[in-house]
Design a protein around this ligand. Structure first.
Ligand code: ZN
Length: 130
């Protein structure tokens, strides 16, 4: 690596990083790389902010969609929340063991949740279905 950087210091026109759009222009090439890095950084930060906003909005929707809290078929605790996210989207999530399931009706969601018993599901690790 040291040898290459010495070589490129002596022959900058041989360094591909000094070329931009087929033209030898070390300053423009460096500026272009900086700009690209800045765009990528802004993109990453923007995505993180957007994910945060979506996550907050979904938590609010969940909070106001809570239909009932029942006994979980897996852990037996009264921690199985059923949310009615929309007219025909019911979601069960145990707040203790993480078991979950969904359905078009409350019964269907409960039944899918019960069928997943013992499968080791955890909506907190795998991501909520909503
Ligand atoms: Zn449970």
């Amino acid at each position: 690596m040291g040898e290459w950087s010495e070589y490129f210091a002596d022959f900058p026109e041989e360094n591909p990083a000094n070329w931009i759009n087929g033209r030898f222009d070390p300053q423009a090439a460096a500026l272009s790389r900086q700009r690209e890095a800045a765009f990528e950084k802004a993109d990453r930060e923007g995505n993180a902010e957007l994910r945060g906003m979506i996550s907050t909005a979904k938590k609010k929707i969940k909070a106001r969609s809570l239909l009932v809290t029942e006994d979980c078929p897996q852990c037996g605790l009264r921690t199985l929340n059923t949310y009615r996210i929309s007219k025909d989207f019911f979601l069960c999530e145990c707040q203790d063991c993480g078991l979950y399931g969904k359905g078009m009706t409350h019964e269907e969601a409960l039944s899918q949740t019960a069928e997943a018993l013992g499968d080791g599901l955890d909506w907190r690790e795998e991501g909520s279905l909503f």
